[in-house]
Design a binder for this molecule. Structure first.
Ligand code: GCU
Length: 633
């Protein structure tokens, strides 16, 4: 109860200072578990809560302390939005069991794909955060419903491998305690080859007895220090990370060996499905990277231990601005899984360009896999509402760093907030979440400023998509860092990321005449995507290679769409900047300048995308823009 007391002591006086919401009739706010309050009601869910009036008291209660904590956060949310105590009734519980974030932090303080400063946790190969900072961070995470996290990068290099040893465990035990107090379980990314790196064995073969013994001993040690340890996140046989393939073993054999070591303590293995050939020959037209995760993992369905959870990226490629949903969702019926999203904006503007991702996630979660017939949506698969379902929830690469505002671009906070909100209740409207975030974050600013921010947020994903890669084709980015345009950057690379543009057309044929990736979906999805006439415009080039003159459902040709989208995308960013400048007088200089500078950088980026992509496709196709706008011929 200490946590809830602390949170209540911090926030209740502020709420009671707000005369508008405190009705005179209310004498008190009572916070506690039903049992502690001597009441017989129950919610029936350990993370659920109820807020209700009883005479002159407002009661915030749950079956467990954490239910109460979540109830208190809801109470805070409602009061911050001006909801009078009298009408504050609520009863709720989370839809998703796992609501996790993954830090990609390294011990030297760098953050892989981080755009908000350095690591919160590490610097110069030492622990860098004070207890107070961790408590502040834990409170922020739990207030948006996050209940698990990893603190280190999935790419576990030599020094990070030591995190599971005595060298780090005393420190991590303290950290785990601090997070536990907020109902957040600590996990670590671990190196599959740890027995070799740390244990001086010659092998990491999951069936080798010495390896099995090594992991059991190491896990025992971890639990001695951290009894509440959650388990491991593992990136194996992926982008040069070690894994079971080296020993001719399957991923199930690799994952189960670790799961076995964790089982006595209730630990879990999150095993990533981001397994593909990153040394592909671009000349090889028979290999399609999009097929890899399904080909590796669907045949193993039913062979994973109960405490293994497969971690599947939302799309079959890698966090592009637009991809179809991975066909692995709906294919697994006997294996636990979560969806992995990317909150950090690696391919979506790197927290320089604004891109409000809950719009994308809502679309992904609304996708109907048809796994159990019509109406088997991703949101249902991932939430406990699906009877006997194996979908356990969601995890995401976080966008947090040690930047003063946590996320670099202040609007990127809305992505983390929206992630937590949607994981709690995927039925929510992302537009409403944006409004709620703006109201809570910028309560001190005028309604016009908040409206300006919301209107930008709501359009931002479509705008980013418009001026970057067209119609679902993806990958026209600069290599390595992934910011800015480079149409052929990945075209002749080993990464399996091609658009196959030639003088007649572009796009990847993933139908029967091409890689036949479409056959990994259930009917009628295979038919929908496989038929050029029914494939949605926004994914057309992901599934089909079509001529520039192909007519889209929108009534435009592909080439005209490319031109229009790129011109319009830039105009939209100009409008963002103009709207922001229009609010200059209504906001503090710091916020105004900070965001303005980012909009200016975004505009330069959008112009570069527009001109490179339009010029490239004009030169390829020789077809003029119908509207005669400037293209650098
Ligand atoms: C992307 C990203 C890498 C990351 C990888 C992963 O490829 O660019 O930085 O390591 O995803 O998800 O493992």
């Amino acid at each position: 109860m200490d946590t809830i007391k602390k949170v209540a002591q911090t926030y209740l006086p502020r709420i009671f200072a707000d005369v508008d919401i405190v009705d005179a009739e209310f004498a008190n706010v009572i916070v506690g578990t039903f049992a502690d309050l001597g009441r017989s009601e129950r919610v029936g869910h350990q993370e659920g809560y109820r807020i209700f009036a009883d005479g002159s008291q407002l009661i915030i209660a749950g079956d467990t302390e954490f239910g109460v904590l979540y109830g208190f956060y809801e109470f805070l949310k409602k009061s911050q939005q001006g909801c009078p105590l009298l009408t504050m009734e609520a009863e709720d519980q989370p839809a998703m069991e796992v609501r996790m974030i993954n830090h990609w932090d390294n011990l030297d303080g760098s953050v892989e794909r981080g755009y908000a400063g350095k690591s919160l946790f590490f610097d110069n190969n030492a622990w860098a955060a004070s207890d107070e900072e961790i408590v502040q961070y834990a409170e922020m995470l739990s207030s948006i419903g996050i209940n698990a996290l990893t603190i280190n990068n999935v790419n576990v290099h030599a020094k990070e491998t030591e995190l599971i040893t005595e060298k780090w465990l005393p420190q991590l035990a303290k950290v785990a305690n601090l997070f536990d107090a907020y109902h957040i379980t600590l996990f670590l990314s671990a190196n599959f080859a740890s027995p070799m790196t740390l244990g001086h064995l010659q092998t990491a073969d999951p069936l080798d007895k010495r390896v099995v013994h090594w992991w059991k001993t190491q896990v025992e040690e971890i639990y001695k220090y951290i009894p509440t340890f959650g388990g491991f996140v593992i990136k194996a046989d992926s982008e040069h990370r070690p894994g079971p393939f080296t020993y001719g073993r399957t991923h199930a054999q690799g994952a189960n060996m670790l799961a076995d070591a964790l089982k006595p303590y209730g630990g879990v293995v999150f095993w990533r499905c981001f397994v593909y050939d990153c040394l592909q020959d671009w000349r090889d037209r028979s290999t399609d990277r999009a097929k890899a995760a399904y080909e590796h993992f669907a045949p193993l369905d039913g062979t994973f231990a109960d405490n293994v959870i497969l971690q599947i990226k939302n799309g079959p490629m890698d966090f592009q601005v637009r991809e179809p949903v991975s066909p692995l969702f709906g294919a697994l019926t006997q294996t636990n899984y979560v969806m992995e999203l990317q909150i950090t904006q690696e391919y979506t503007g790197q927290q320089i360009d604004v891109c409000y991702l809950p719009m994308q996630w809502k679309e992904i979660w609304s996708f109907d896999t048809h796994a159990n017939g019509e109406g088997t949506k991703i949101a249902d698969l991932l939430s406990s509402r699906q009877q006997d379902g194996k979908g356990k929830g969601v995890t995401a690469v976080t966008n947090i760093g040690n930047n003063q505002n946590w996320t670099g671009h202040p609007f990127a906070q809305a992505n983390l907030y929206g992630y937590g909100q949607l994981a709690w209740n995927p039925e929510q409207c992302p537009r409403k979440i944006a409004e709620e975030w703006a109201k809570r974050t910028y309560a001190h600013l005028s309604a016009e400023v908040r409206q300006t921010i919301c209107s930008i947020l709501k359009r931002s994903w479509s705008v980013y998509e418009a001026y970057t890669a067209p119609l679902g084709v993806g990958w026209m980015v600069n290599t390595g860092h992934h910011y800015g345009p480079n149409v052929n950057g990945y075209e002749y690379s080993p990464w399996g990321t091609y658009h196959f543009s030639d003088r007649n057309g572009l796009g990847v044929d993933r139908t029967k005449t091409g890689s036949n990736y479409i056959s990994q979906y259930k009917q009628p999805v295979t038919e929908l995507y496989g038929n050029v006439a029914t494939c949605p415009d926004e994914l057309l080039l992901f599934f089909h290679h079509v001529p520039y003159t192909h007519m889209l459902k929108s009534g435009k040709t592909v080439i005209q769409h490319i031109y229009d989208a790129h011109f319009e995308g830039v105009e939209e960013v100009e409008a963002f900047l103009e709207a922001w400048e229009g609010q200059k007088e209504a906001m503090p200089d710091g916020l105004y300048m900070h965001v303005k500078e980012r909009f200016e950088a975004q505009l330069a980026n959008a112009r570069e995308w527009r001109d490179q992509v339009n010029t490239y496709y004009y030169r390829m196709s020789g077809i003029n823009d119908e509207r005669g706008r400037t293209i650098y011929k």
